[in-house]
Write a protein that binds this ligand. Structure first.
Ligand code: VGL
Ligand code: ZN
Length: 199
């Protein structure tokens, strides 16, 4: 699948707290971080637009257990847990979108209370590819919102990882995304284009 200037890559929450050693770890988080570094470089090299979201909570966020929320404290603004994983590097020109900053409500989707949609449209993006963490929360909600906003939307199935609070949550999320109208594609197949075109 050739990538070009009307494509956007949305990399969701590749942050330390969602990787092994973090507060809300996805077992494959570090692998996903490494894969997405290569994918982001490929997109940038083909003139596509790269966006990376960060879960970016104030210290007493409503989603934390201390506030009777569902999650352990994670991705608190300006802490190490909120930083991108060290295996993840963004190409020049990539834009960072922060979400979950309202202390009173959660925002799993990169489109909620952010300017992501405007920034995609301002860049001329009509087709988006989504990877990152976690498949069953922020990737799921970002993908469904992208479909709703009429972007042609694909999930990078080999560049996502699930929290799996209940076993199978990640698989169910993939089915939900496909059912919502998103396509499922392998990032490795997109990367293989470089070899195929002799670049
Ligand atoms: C996420 C749970 C809580 C995610 C964020 O990035 O998927 N999950 N906050
Ligand atoms: Zn969160």
């Amino acid at each position: 699948m050739p990538i070009g200037e009307h494509d956007g890559l949305i990399i969701v929450d590749v942050q330390n707290d969602f990787c092994p050693g973090g507060a809300l770890a996805v077992p494959t988080g570090a692998q996903v971080a490494e894969t997405l570094t290569g994918v982001a470089a490929h997109f940038a090299a083909h003139g596509a637009h790269v966006f990376a979201t960060q879960d970016w909570h104030p210290a007493e966020h409503a989603s934390f257990r201390a506030q009777r929320g569902p999650w352990p404290e994670h991705c608190v603004q300006d802490t190490p847990g909120a930083q991108f994983h060290p295996a993840f590097a963004l190409p020049e020109g990539a834009l960072i979108v922060r979400k979950g900053t309202d202390p009173t409500k959660d925002a799993y989707s990169g489109f909620v209370d952010s300017d992501l949609e405007e920034r995609l449209r301002a860049s001329g993006v009509t087709r988006v590819f989504v990877g990152g963490l976690a498949t069953d929360y922020c990737v799921l909600n970002t993908v469904v919102d992208a479909v709703d906003r009429d972007f042609e939307t694909y999930v990078l199935v080999d560049a996502v990882g699930a929290v799996d609070v209940e076993p199978g949550d990640g698989q169910r999320a993939l089915h939900l995304m496909a059912g919502s109208g998103a396509g499922l594609v392998e990032a490795s197949a997109i990367l293989a284009e470089d070899g195929a075109s002799g670049e």
